[in-house]
Design a protein around this ligand. Structure first.
Ligand SMILES: [Zn+2]
Length: 65
């Protein structure tokens, strides 16, 4: 059966190689070589660390609504 259905860690999303764009994390200036989404030039991008920290600071209660 499909043993990975809603169980365990999420499967890794397809990453977009953005190393050619020379992007840097807007917060810590870490060079970003790949993103889980297409980069938007009008938006800041963040590294994994900062993304996680930002997401947590937004509030972990996404499900209570
Ligand atoms: Zn960062």
């Amino acid at each position: 059966m499909a043993h990975d259905f809603q169980a365990g860690p999420r499967p890794p999303r397809q990453k977009v190689d953005v190393s050619a764009l020379g992007l840097k994390c807007a917060q810590c200036q870490t060079p970003i070589t790949e993103l889980p989404f297409q980069p938007d030039p009008n938006r800041d991008v963040y590294c994994d660390n900062c993304n996680r920290a930002r997401r947590q600071s937004f509030g972990p209660r996404d499900y209570s609504r």
